[in-house]
Ligand binder design. Sequence first.
Ligand code: SAM
Length: 267
Amino acid sequence: MSGILYLVPSPIGNLQEVSPRVKEVLNSVDFVACEDTRNTSHLLSLLNINKKCISCHEHNEASASSNIIDQINEGKNVAYLSDAGYPCISDPGYILTKKAIEKDIKVVPLSGPNAFLNALVGSGIDTSHFLFYGFLDSKTSSREKELESLIDFPFTLIFYEAPHRINETLASMYKVLGNRKVTIARELTKKFEEFIRSDLKTLVEEKHDYIGELVIVVEKASLEKEDKDYILEVKKLIDSGYSTKDAINIVSILFRVNKNKLKKELM
Ligand code: SAM
């Protein structure tokens, strides 16, 4: 009979957030697979757990996961951990999980720490519906294209970002999404945990020096937009001599509305 693949969350800062169940599973498995064997061995030694760790990270996940799956098929139970928070959330683990499911292996995710949920619930921004986006592209043009696809998204948006890129990212957000409420959640669960609750315009003007790990929570698209007749604006520009294509481009940039939606409505 094949074994079990446990997906085990690890602390995002505060070591007290390792649950009794996580410790029990780590003690019981035959071996641990992880993103970084040094980090996970360190965590295991703090928990007084002595287990063999094998590496399965972003760059070797495809090959390493086949070996892990073979061992589970031989009956071994395995815990998979990334460096922080949940595996598979902006971290490796998805390929391994998918392969395990394809082989009918039982997958058991344990509950535990995760940065974006802490950020969302502490943000003060609508929690009823949300999109976790993860990291945006580091290149400005690609990042702004990604943000354009989210302009009309009617739910709270959550992003991960590195401190050295956050000012550029906030500037792109302000440029593409317009002014919206934003919360930066910093150093969650750690000594210097902080929630900066503001709006994009203010943060772009103030240009803070952000240190540590960060999550950005952005308010959803404003419904007020729907009150405006954008097609009328496009038609006015066409009447004054602009081509249809240019008129659509101008209105989409000016009012931050989706170009394709304008095109469709104009048809
Ligand atoms: N798997 C993790 C999870 O479940 O949250 C995310 C890993 S991702 C590689 C790392 C990013 O998560 C960081 O760049 C930051 O955006 C966010 N993050 C992780 N720990 C954090 C913390 N303590 N405070 C704020 N953000 C954190």
